[in-house]
Design a protein around this ligand. Structure first.
Ligand SMILES: Nc1nc2c(ncn2[C@@H]2O[C@H](COP(=O)(O)OP(=O)(O)OP(=O)(O)O)[C@@H](O)[C@H]2O)c(=O)[nH]1
Ligand SMILES: [Mg+2]
Length: 197
């Protein structure tokens, strides 16, 4: 959600890539983000080996400049290697079986050119936190288009975390998933403290 806030605020077009669908189904996440109309691609280990993952991704990122962002170990470099096999020189890491965390294998950002129709794909190090200091809090709501219309009933300059906030009613009426409101509030609350989720 923090990445989406930054993307919407900066005028970028986000693409959700749900990796490792061989390990867990993507359905819960797709349900949560389905209301947002954000394009998405689901990938799995088999599809990586057989080239379908790269093919499907290329349909979205061909001719564009794309940066992969996400926690360590989600499979960013693995995808970049599938997209630009001739550049396969960057190592991928293993996820710790106990903690489920990656090892921060990639330590610097690297842009690689895509074959025709061209474009660039940028591999980045896994993020522990994603600061949103550059985003005005009043604009954070723009990344929550499923909640945004519900703010019409809010008091002026509502913090969206106060008793009169209209978003509780909006969610109670079934217009948006309660998890999304929770996410918005957590994000607004942690914004100042530079905490990541
Ligand atoms: N099962 C499964 N494993 C995957 C898939 N994609 C990547 N992996 C594995 O996940 C581990 C981490 O992949 P990386 O590509 O190194 O992850 P990363 O996002 O680049 O990590 P950092 O560089 O630390 O930010 C490796 O062991 C990959 O083989 C997938 O679709 N399915
Ligand atoms: Mg990496």
């Amino acid at each position: 959600d923090r990445c989406l806030v930054a993307a919407f605020d900066g005028g970028l077009e986000p693409l959700l890539v749900l990796t490792k669908s061989d390990l867990a189904p993507p359905s819960a996440l797709l349900e949560l983000y389905g209301a947002l109309d954000i394009p998405y691609v689901v990938t799995s280990r088999d599809e990586l080996y057989h080239g379908e993952a790269a093919e499907r991704l290329r349909e979205h990122i061909g001719g564009r400049i794309t940066a992969f962002v996400g926690h360590s170990g989600v499979g960013k470099t693995t995808l970049v290697n599938a997209l630009v096999p001739e550049e396969r020189r960057r190592s991928t890491g293993v996820v710790n079986a106990v903690t489920g965390r990656g090892r921060h294998t990639t330590t610097s950002a690297l842009a690689l050119p895509l074959a025709a129709p061209g474009g660039w794909v940028i591999d980045t190090p896994g993020v522990r936190s994603f600061g949103l200091h550059h985003v005005d809090p009043s604009r954070v709501i723009n990344a929550f288009p499923d909640l945004q219309p519900g703010t019409e009933g809010c008091p002026r300059a509502c913090s969206h975390d106060e008793p009169d906030c209209a978003l509780d009613e909006w969610v109670a009426q079934g217009h948006a998933d309660p998890a999304r409101l929770y996410s918005l509030r957590r994000l607004l609350a942690t914004r100042e403290r530079r905490e990541g989720d």
